[in-house]
Design a protein around this ligand. Sequence first.
Ligand SMILES: Nc1nc2c(ncn2[C@@H]2O[C@H](COP(=O)(O)OP(=O)(O)OP(=O)(O)O)[C@@H](O)[C@H]2O)c(=O)[nH]1
Ligand SMILES: [Mg+2]
Length: 340
Amino acid sequence: MPTNVTPEYKKAEEAYRAAREPKERLDCLKEMLRTIPKHKGTDHLQADIKTRIKQLSEELAGPRTGTHRSGPSHVVRPEGAAQLCLLGPPNSGKSSLHALSTGSHSDIGPYPYTTHLPIPGMLPYEDVHFQLVDLPPVSGDFMESWLVNALQPADGALLVVDISDPDCLEQVPTILERLAEKKIFLTTDWPGLEPVESAEQGKMDDVFRLELPTVLIANKSDLDPDPEEVEILEELLGLRYPTLTMSARTGDGVEELGSFLFRALGVVRVYTKTPGKKVDIDKPFTVRRGGTVHDVARMVHKDVAQGLKFARMWGAEVFDGQQVGPNHLVTDGDVVELHL
Ligand SMILES: Nc1nc2c(ncn2[C@@H]2O[C@H](COP(=O)(O)OP(=O)(O)OP(=O)(O)O)[C@@H](O)[C@H]2O)c(=O)[nH]1
Ligand SMILES: [Mg+2]
């Protein structure tokens, strides 16, 4: 954030950081542009904001075909407990893993550059779902220009490599560079796991910096029987991502993905109930570790959040029916009865 900005602008920037919906992000960008102090010191940032507004407006209008706009937007609306994007070099098996874990019909081909558009799908885990978005590959030769926008709503990335292909030693750094040019950084630290690297200070000042917690997926393990291959790869690359070894061909290791994401994201499930009625056990609301009763209320409805007075709770860290305030932290499995 540049110095000497107004509280109004700071508020707009915070809202942008918190916004997930593309339309909401666009509104926040416009508010940032409206409130940013117009002087030399903010010239760069003003230009950045304008570029983002232009790109996102175009994206929301749908891709261009000739002079017309048609077809779906490249931005997938987040659903479920979190949105994860599949990134990786061509032909590494992203679509195969996507199809296997979500039941999608994402195109799979024995040649590179099979996938051209984002394909959403839901990976079930216990009583929640994670949204996986299959994407076209990133390589030294090519990266779709809209990919930057498509990644903005994501909570994390699955970096899928073909562990049997020695080229991944060059492919991974190339992908990281290409994304970094667009201010997208694949980071080792997940909110629910012990930190691997101490977060670099100061960089968070850039509102357009996007950090995506990343898990390295070593795919095609059926072709590479050496169980130490992943460690060797990480050693050679000097990377410290959590890793999962799997094969989309045999299905080995694929079932680990849901439980990994649940832990790594620090997902907390909360079941709501209406006074005098039974708990709604069908569909929990999900927040992250550190989430509060108020966060749950907001997921129910914004009016509920606004009118919230207190809640009664059942769970591991409260006595049955305990009355708590809106700022009370929730833990996984809690039952919450919201009182307005
Ligand atoms: N042996 C083996 N082959 C795999 C595995 N996963 C995918 N494949 C094959 O690898 C090829 C590429 O798979 P895709 O899923 O299309 O790869 P992709 O990463 O989506 O490719 P792009 O869309 O071009 O980026 C296909 O022939 C798959 O059948 C695996 O675990 N083991
Ligand atoms: Mg594909």
